[in-house]
Design a protein around this ligand. Structure first.
Ligand SMILES: C[S@@+](CC[C@H](N)C(=O)[O-])C[C@H]1O[C@@H](n2cnc3c(N)ncnc32)[C@H](O)[C@@H]1O
Length: 213
């Protein structure tokens, strides 16, 4: 999977993409990333990427021309990529969506808006609009990282055990959560690990984990 990220702040991604599972995913060639600096596609000597909204209102919007130029640049390298736009207007992003994107394993272009948002006409170049929750963030970079991390860790060969992704939270209807887990020591400041987990009775442990006991 190739992931191209269009952003005014490429430096925000350096550590995130090169740490832990996302680093490992690149090492095992499950994914490759390309950071595309939107400023490169800005207009004029000042490389302008934003302007005031028609009809008035606070703040600035990302202009459509630099955004389209950046998408077209990305598509030259990966013509069949799907274009994703993080936006509070989008469909709420869930684990089931992360799983289906990992299964499809298609290349992605992710746009990271800033300021008050973007010229709505950009949506004609977008395949999917997603929202990561009912709160407003400063820009699309963190939603893009959420999308990338949740999908890439599910690509074949990235997580350690075969079952790691199967026994996680949100597997059924995006609502179920994983059972509580404990590690050594058996007792900490009077707080004990549940006895059943120390019993060695795997069938009973499974039952307990499913909440049947
Ligand atoms: C400051 S926000 C703009 C918010 C916009 N004026 C509004 O009220 O809906 C800038 C950008 O951050 C991204 N963003 C903020 N919150 C988000 C969320 N919950 N889900 C996805 N993207 C979000 C979007 O790309 C948005 O255009």
């Amino acid at each position: 999977m190739k992931v191209q990220i269009i952003t005014l702040f490429p430096e925000m991604f350096e550590k995130v993409l090169n740490t832990s599972m996302l680093w490992k995913a690149q090492e095992c060639s499950a994914v490759s990333f390309e950071l595309i600096d939107l400023r490169t596609f800005g207009i004029g000597v000042r490389r302008t990427v934003d302007d005031t909204p028609y009809g008035g209102g606070d703040g600035m919007l990302l202009k459509v021309e630099p955004l389209v130029a950046a998408i077209e640049h990305a598509k030259k390298i990966s013509p069949n990529s799907k274009v994703f736009l993080p936006t509070p207007r989008g469909t709420v992003f869930k684990q089931s969506k992360a799983k289906s994107l990992a299964k499809q394993n298609e290349d992605m272009i992710i746009i990271c808006p800033r300021y008050e948002g973007y010229d709505e006409r950009i949506t004609d170049w977008v395949d999917e609009q997603f929202c990561i929750g009912n709160y407003v963030l400063t820009g699309g970079e963190i939603p893009a990282m959420v999308l990338i991390d949740s999908v890439v860790r599910l690509l074949p060969g990235v997580l350690g055990g075969d079952l790691s992704a199967e026994i996680e939270s949100f597997q059924q209807d995006d609502v179920s959560v994983e059972f509580p887990q404990y590690t050594r020591p058996e007792e900490f400041r009077g707080k004990k690990v549940p006895k059943i987990l120390l019993s060695g009775h795997h069938a009973q442990i499974d039952k307990w984990r499913k909440g049947d006991e």
